[in-house]
Design a protein around this ligand. Structure first.
Ligand SMILES: C[S@@+](CC[C@H](N)C(=O)[O-])C[C@H]1O[C@@H](n2cnc3c(N)ncnc32)[C@H](O)[C@@H]1O
Length: 281
């Protein structure tokens, strides 16, 4: 009988480390690369390709290596799924993005607890570095110039308080004015979605929801070739509240279909989503 225990970060991490998921995301990193919509917004909001950027939930490196290919060469990326991170490191090595001054820095870290990782060590002066290099590092002490959490990774953190913790952590490691790009689903995006969620609301009101779920809006499902997926589907108001509560200023949001039709392989890999751009106050 399947476990009825509540889904936790550990459940999600184990699901992403599972071989099926690793193969799924590694294939996308190798073959799919950036979506057209992602490229459009990255180039619109992250104009300085030499600025230090942070990618949260980099997985097997689909977006990381896509950014590198576009010429972003001060990249730091992290994920809490060690198996996916290994895939990202291997892909970076294959593409020559693992050595030299523009090497991508990968970290094993949990977005809700960045203080426990040495992510910020990147900004600390190095004893063996030339003075000018340390001055450059000191100038960047205020944090990353931008952050990304793509393909709904933020929504794969169970529990609203934990998602807010991740938003606070990203806010803490970013410099004032830094843009933050991320995606979510939207429960209200179509009449079918709204009807399905009305039924789910009745389940929650009568205690008949999947007992493993943490909050209304959560889904936990399994797909052949992808593995098990936990996803929180918010409505727009919820994200606006979460941004405001964690120090981020909402600047822009739109559905992916408004930006690009996307190729069939991209549509097969990923559903419609809402892009968000917030800015660190
Ligand atoms: C849907 S995958 C996207 C992977 C990759 N960015 C891509 O677009 O192909 C979401 C990623 O977020 C990561 N993730 C989820 N929660 C996380 C957390 N609390 N800390 C770090 N990474 C997390 C997962 O391990 C996974 O790699």
């Amino acid at each position: 009988m399947p476990s009825k225990r509540k889904i936790s970060g550990a459940t999600v991490c184990a699901d992403f480390n599972d071989l099926t998921a690793v193969m799924h995301y590694a294939r996308a990193a190798h073959q799919l690369g950036l979506w057209e919509s992602e490229r459009i917004l990255i180039e619109r909001f992250f104009a300085d390709k030499n600025a230090p950027l942070l990618e949260a939930g980099c997985g097997a490196g689909r977006v990381t290596l896509g950014l590198w290919g576009l010429g972003y060469h001060q990249l730091t990326a992290f994920d809490f799924a060690a198996e996916l991170l290994d895939q990202a490191r291997a892909l970076a090595a294959e593409r020559g993005a693992d050595t030299g001054p523009h090497a991508i820095r990968f970290f094993h870290a949990d977005a809700t607890r960045l203080s426990q990782s040495n992510l910020l060590g990147y900004f600390a002066p190095k004893a063996d570095a030339p003075k000018s290099k340390n001055a450059e590092r000191a100038a960047s002490l205020s944090g990353f110039a931008g952050a990304l959490f793509m393909f709904n990774g933020l929504m794969q953190i169970p529990g609203r308080e934990n998602r807010r913790a991740a938003l606070r952590e990203l806010h803490r490691v970013c410099a004032p004015g830094a843009p933050f790009l991320f995606t979510t689903h939207d429960r209200d995006s179509s009449s079918t979605e709204r009807a399905l969620w009305r039924l789910e609301r009745v389940r929650w009101e009568t205690g008949k929801q999947d007992p493993r779920l943490v909050e209304f809006g959560d889904r936990y499902f399994e797909e052949e070739g992808t593995g098990r997926t936990f996803m929180h589907l918010p409505n727009r108001a919820e994200i606006l509240e979460d941004l405001a509560a964690t120090g981020w200023t909402h600047e822009f949001d739109t559905m992916r279909s408004k930006l690009s039709r996307e190729s069939k392989p991209v549509r097969d890999f990923s559903d419609e989503c809402r892009f968000w751009l917030a800015r660190r106050a």
